[in-house]
Design a protein around this ligand. Structure first.
Ligand code: FDA
Length: 393
């Protein structure tokens, strides 16, 4: 191996956070090497948002992020805001639209976002090393020495931007955690998040509803999301379930309110108004037919409304407002949009993302124990943390 020229910073991982960090540091006059083991930068950006990249969310706020330290993300999110990224998007003439709930998407393609970030890197003179495996990382005499392909490169600063292990087939690895641990940083147990939940046992029958969706409120650990839930051949998915999966813990139930707009007493009122109606038909007015049929069957309320006691109808209302599912797991890292947990924020500066006790070592993006809701929040964290480190390098 030959000793290569040194850089001011080596950034490992040319994903969302690494690209932003490299561009900012490069434009700040730093000599930057941006390394990735895959041959394409920003692979997850390219597939995100169905190919249109939900690149930020205008409702970004620290309470939309999960972390062992809920305050950690405040500084970076406060200094690099959705509007800052939007200004960049507009400066490149990339057309965008708000889809729903503050989620901003490209009108055209996610490729535009990657091209924009690569152009920003080029402006900063960033050197790219794509398709190059990262080997041994050593630290001594104030320098990091990293084996990149068949070279050893050196820099005073090393940035871990290799993301989390969700979707390994895209090149995702747990490399960030191994490297962090080697330098004595703690790692909060990584778990798949924004991931479909699986059903088993008696609830397996709900799989027959595969493809059916409805707007519900899904709740786990007292947190609730009102969005669509989708039955799948393995269990439950859709935005409401993906959101709640970040809060769900094994062994806990997920409660679903199938009729969030109905006020207490609505079934009794339906009985007065349409005594000859059935629960199935009343449910069918608000829910997809197959779902209404399954729920009515499971409630054991067949036959005319007039034949049901008020007490039974009240009980049914309560059940429908908090239907308890007992997921037996998730679809795992193979299907998880993000990883919750990661490099402990306790070991990092919230201003610069530098490790408190390891000078020159930084961690940004999904590798860190900060995980956003569905809807552009995770990219905003990648941009903001990448920007904060890029400024500090
Ligand atoms: P990211 O994963 O982007 O980049 C890490 C980089 O490190 C990769 O290029 C990888 O190849 C590289 N790497 C890994 N191990 C390495 C190693 N050992 N050596 C060298 N390089 C290594 N978020 C959002 O806000 N809006 C959205 O629309 C979506 N949509 C979406 C769809 C899908 C299908 C997924 C899987 C995820 C999303 N996300 C999202 C989440 C978003 O993609 C994610 O939070 C960010 O990409 C995280 O950015 P990072 O740069 O931290 O990691």
């Amino acid at each position: 191996m030959s000793e290569a020229p040194s850089y001011d910073a080596i950034i490992l991982g040319a994903g969302a956070a690494g690209l932003m960090c490299a561009a900012v540091a490069g434009q700040g006059g730093r000599r930057v090497l941006l390394v990735d083991h895959t041959d394409q930068a920003g692979k997850k950006i390219l597939i995100s948002g169905g190919g249109r990249c939900n690149f930020t969310n205008i409702h970004t706020a620290p309470d939309r992020y999960l972390s062992a330290n809920p305050h950690f993300a405040k500084s970076a999110l406060g200094r690099y805001r959705p509007q800052d990224f939007l200004d960049l998007v507009e400066a490149y003439g990339i057309a965008w639209h708000e889809k729903t709930l503050g989620q901003l998407f490209c009108d055209g393609s996610a490729k535009q976002i990657v091209a924009m970030l690569l152009e920003e890197c080029a402006k900063g003179g960033v050197e790219l090393a794509l398709g190059r495996p990262v080997g041994a990382v050593e630290h001594g005499d104030g320098l990091y020495r990293v084996a990149v392909g068949d070279q050893v490169v050196r820099a005073a600063a090393l940035v871990i931007a290799t993301g989390g292990p969700s979707i390994p087939k895209m090149g995702a690895t747990g490399f960030a955690y191994d490297l962090a641990r080697r330098f004595g940083l703690k790692v909060v147990e990584p778990r798949p998040a924004l991931v479909p939940l699986t059903l088993g046992g008696n609830e397996i029958l709900f799989r027959e509803l595969s493809g059916v969706s409805a707007e519900v409120v899904a709740k786990a650990s007292k947190t609730g999301f009102r969005e669509a839930a989708l039955f799948t051949h393995r269990g439950l998915s859709g935005p409401a379930i993906l959101q709640i999966s970040s809060y769900w813990r094994h062994g806990e139930p997920v409660a679903i309110d199938f009729l969030p707009d109905r006020a207490a007493g609505w079934l009794r009122e339906a009985k007065r108004a349409k005594p000859r109606g059935t629960v199935r038909r009343v449910l069918g007015e608000a829910l997809p037919e197959r779902l209404a049929e399954t729920l009515a069957e499971r409630l054991g309320l067949e036959g005319e409304l007039a034949a049901q006691t008020d007490r039974k109808l009240e009980e049914a209302e309560r059940t429908l407002a908090g239907w308890r599912f007992h997921p037996n797991g998730t679809e795992g890292f193979a299907k998880a949009e993000v990883t919750i947990g990661g490099i402990s924020t306790a070991d990092l500066s919230s201003q610069t993302m530098e490790a408190r006790r390891v000078p020159g070592l930084y961690a940004i993006g999904e590798a860190v124990d900060v995980t956003g809701w569905l809807g552009g929040y995770n990219f905003q964290w990648a941009w903001a943390s990448g920007w904060a480190a890029g400024q500090a390098l």
